[in-house]
Design a protein around this ligand. Sequence first.
Ligand code: NAD
Length: 355
Amino acid sequence: MRVIVTGGAGFIGSALVRYLVLEKGYDVLTIDALTYAGCRESLRAVEGRGNHRFLHADIRDAPAMAQAIDTFRPDRIMHLAAESHVDRSITGAADFIQTNIVGTFVLLEAARSYWNGLTPAAKAEFRFLHVSTDEVYGSLGDEGLFTETTPYDPSSPYSASKAASDHLAKAWERTYGLPVVVSNCSNNYGPYHFPEKLIPLTILNALDGRQLPVYGKGENVRDWLFVDDHARALDVIIERGRVGETYNVGGRNERRNIDVVRRICAVLDTLVPAETPREALIGFVTDRPGHDARYAIDATKLEDELGWRARETFDTGIEKTVQWYLDNAWWWRPLRDRYDGARLGLDAERSRVSA
Ligand code: NAD
């Protein structure tokens, strides 16, 4: 099995590459532009393996994508490369439009051209998996779950750009017959997560005795999935998912942000006791503009049709994650020096008007 993974130096992409190379034994070509979020060190476990190659390239570069695909001749393309941080999309949306929308278009076109040249048998086997987020569905109230038929209603520049790319991926299947499958997943956490996101930022700030910023009142609810569960789900979806379909991926682990932060404090207090409980470091900060109240995934289709189940609960996954950060300062220390946890994603104009 020959698989191209775009965004494979990122958080979820690197978990997927490690899984495909080390556990499945597939031949993998990672394509990544190594933006601020990309990290070659996340692929250290597969460096030097005969079944892994790395290509430093941008998905918006049409000749480079055509050459990479035509040369590697993949059976599958798993597309994860994206700008992924909501706060950054609020501060500046241009890269999100360019990479998430234009980049996906370029990749779909390169895949289509390659696919058109395959034998009928290879054409039938080929798959393109477009990896997306549950944020395309907008926000839920206290009740209900996102299903695959929930209408799209994105709130942020990030989720709007992902929604646009989902529509492109589906259109390339309906219009051109490219065998596309789409997955929409809830919030991930786990090892190798860039320290600007809530969970790693909280772990590292708590270790340093720094403030633990919680947006608004911390009541926003997210449905947390351990990243290795997501990697397995993506492999199952591209292997057995039906062409043209969407599969929602989620761990049935809803938590309020404030409870996530408190749980991390409790785990750290047990593993590395401090003089005062780390909960004292929690500070409530101005909410994110357009902050969706609640996300929760109904993963029944993936569970019943394809037989996937999340293995980690939030409690088991968060303990593994905290322990991983304690054991792997070599990975996060240089990133932490590059990014100091400064607040992003405040809309100055809007804050002034509403103040
Ligand atoms: P990430 O930001 O950690 O990694 C993104 C990777 O893409 C980085 O390695 C970066 O260098 C690369 N990249 C960015 N622009 C590129 C370009 N123009 N060309 C080539 N490479 C480029 O993101 P992540 O959290 O691993 O998310 C991966 C995918 O999963 C994204 O498509 C995201 O929308 C989706 N997703 C993420 C979550 C989550 O909780 N993190 C949940 C659901 C879906």
